[in-house]
Design a protein around this ligand. Structure first.
Ligand code: FAD
Length: 569
């Protein structure tokens, strides 16, 4: 039974509650606190304090028992993604923390701690263009987005300026320019590939430096956050003591705490949102204390749901009341449906001969990028939408193991630069959302907190497979044109979800009959609940999505503050 004592109820009442402290929740907390709202941020995982709680941040390779790789036996019981290594195993989730029913094979990568996946991400931050916003309406899938690029552009500016995004203003319609810090240079093979694309495809394909959330030239706003220039150590996922890349831990959360308006409550597993039948709005949130098992309630005028796509869907579906027997705001029964993610099935690579006299100095925490070029102006293939391509070239080192004894030891201890450069690419395709790609709550099974288990039921569709085939074909052609050799490419039947960009289920739209959220990310049927993480996505675009979530969150939070002032919530 929840603790409903009246005095303590007052102490558990805030102006706003934010569920989740990851990339989007951090932004909600920052914007609401900046506006003077007393805000409670509920986070199911443990606290991770910037700098103090990065145990692996400054370790040398020889400080790791397995030199960085994680043997199979150490992975057992952990929810692993291909990114998990000995250097970032501290962020791994124990499988029994949240048991899930996978109706179809799916890989769900989670980060449950303060900061969420903002500590794990690859920091790629590309803006959407109107080609992405207009996609569903033009190509006849999902529903029309209720906003366009012009609605979000100022909020991209806002987020980029604060977070620190490095990049070039490339003047491309498909990838609008932004507020960027200086880029990190492309290397010699990437520059060669860029020139080759220009020569063979003119203005229809471009290779650019990928915009990414690294501070290359700190501005006053970054210094105020206590963050410094990225030193390109490439150890980002351990946590960066310099704050060289953006994470909630280095940026938004400490900023919000400094206002004095934020209360962080880690170890708080949100079970559901409380709906007040009399007032006709949400009044708070029910949690279970992860450490004691105690159920508790917290109250606020507005609630931001930022628990990451699948969890946000689950919390809303589990928020049942007389008014909303199928989950809060779910009158049309569409919540949990039209899940989408990104299509990373394809990868390709080749040897780039002729550059063995060239080398690179130091490391680089990012890569190059070819924005979407398929079906942009008109439908030109037998699949819908398109894909962007990540590109990275390098020379790398290797050692000869054909000898024995001291010679072998010497060879391993003194790796030599490979003779040839290698170029790799990976696709990032837009998966069209389908109704049967969905999640729901299990009717009987519950997790260790007594919360209904999530059932995930999602699979690749023919469109995704055709898209990946096309990517492989196009990469081979582009590599040949560039004079690369030993070309290979594969449409791998990788598990959906491995692509770590889950989206949808609580989509935005104009019509409450076909969507769940309005243009301000408010539930159509319960206006003081805002959903601004990936769950709100009507369609997925080809861009890495987090910048989009953060901009939508900042926009919605400022709208919430305005509405609260007008007493509309
Ligand atoms: C390896 C990797 C690389 C990536 N690279 C990129 C990239 O380059 N560019 C890009 O755009 N995106 C990238 N992503 C995706 C990016 O990390 C996510 O899109 C982003 O973090 C989502 O933000 P969020 O706030 O929705 O969720 P998260 O950052 O996951 O935060 C959600 C938070 O909510 C908490 N939570 C969950 N359930 C509950 C509950 N019931 N109660 C309370 N709290 C709860 C979680 O513990 C977590 O802290 C990458 C992800 C991974 C894993």
């Amino acid at each position: 039974m929840a603790n409903l004592n009246i005095t303590s109820k007052k102490s558990r009442t805030y102006d706003a509650i934010v569920i989740g402290s990851g990339a989007s929740g951090g932004w909600a907390a920052k914007e609401l606190c900046d506006a003077g709202l007393k805000t409670l941020c509920l986070e199911r995982g443990k606290n991770i304090k910037h700098i103090e709680d990065y145990p692996a941040a400054s370790k040398a390779p020889f400080d790791f028992e397995f030199r960085g790789s994680l043997p199979l036996e150490k992975r057992s019981g952990l929810s692993v993604g291909r990114w998990l290594s000995e250097t970032n195993v501290q962020w791994a989730l124990e499988e029994n923390e949240q048991e899930v029913v996978y109706e179809k094979p799916f890989r769900w990568f989670r980060g449950y701690h303060v900061g969420g996946k903002s500590l794990l991400w690859a920091r790629q931050t590309q803006r959407w263009s109107d080609y992405d916003f207009e996609g569903p309406d033009r190509d006849g899938f999902a529903v029309d987005w209720p906003i366009r690029y012009k609605d979000l552009a100022p909020w991209y500016d806002h987020v980029e300026t604060f977070a620190g995004i490095s990049g070039n203003n490339d003047g491309l319609d498909v990838l609008p320019d932004g507020k960027f810090l200086p880029p990190i240079e492309l290397n010699v093979v990437e520059k060669h590939f860029k020139a080759s694309l220009k020569k063979h495809y003119g203005d229809s394909r471009h290779l650019i430096y990928a915009r990414c959330a690294h501070i290359t030239e700190p501005q006053e706003i970054h210094i105020q956050q206590g963050r410094a220039k990225c030193m390109a150590q490439n150890m980002c996922n351990r946590g960066c003591v310099l704050g060289g890349y953006f994470s909630s831990n280095s940026s938004t959360i400490p900023w919000a705490l400094k206002t004095g308006n934020l209360t962080m409550r880690p170890d708080a597993v949100v079970e559901s949102i409380i709906y007040d039948e009399e007032k006709g709005k949400a009044s708070g949130v029910r949690i279970i204390d992860r450490l004691t098992g105690e159920p508790l309630e917290f109250y606020a005028d507005i609630i931001f749901v930022n628990a990451s796509t699948i969890n946000s869907n689950a919390i809303l579906l589990n928020s049942r009341s007389d008014r909303f027997p199928n989950g809060i705001g779910n009158d049309n029964g569409l919540m949990g449906k039209f899940l989408t993610w990104h299509n990373y099935r394809g990868n390709a690579g080749a040897v780039a001969p002729g550059f063995s006299h060239k080398k690179v100095e130091g490391k680089r925490p990012t890569n190059a990028y070819i924005p979407r070029f398929r079906n942009v102006e008109k439908q030109e293939t037998d699949f819908l939408r398109g894909y962007a391509i990540g590109v990275s070239a390098g020379r790398g080192t290797g050692y000869d193991t054909s000898m024995i004894g001291e010679e072998l030891t010497d060879s391993i201890l003194n790796p030599k630069l490979n003779d040839e450069w290698y170029i790799s690419t990976w696709m990032m395709g837009e998966c069209v959302p389908y109704k049967d790609n969905h999640m729901r709550l299990h009717d009987e099974l519950v997790d260790k907190y007594g919360i209904p288990r999530i059932v995930l039921s999602a699979e690749w569709k023919e469109n995704d497979i055709k898209q990946a085939d096309d990517y492989v074909e196009q990469c081979k052609e582009m590599f040949e044109n560039a004079g690369f050799t030993n070309i290979r490419g594969a449409n791998r039947n990788s598990l959906p979800g491995s692509d770590i960009h889950e989206m949808g289920g609580v989509r935005m739209g104009k019509d409450p009959k076909t969507s769940l959220l309005n243009k301000w990310n408010q539930l159509h049927e319960c206006k003081n609940v805002f959903v601004t993480d990936g769950a709100c996505m009507t369609s997925g675009g080809t861009q890495n999505p987090t910048l989009h979530f953060m901009a939508l969150t900042a926009r919605a939070a400022n709208h919430a503050v305005d509405e609260l002032k007008k007493r509309n919530l």
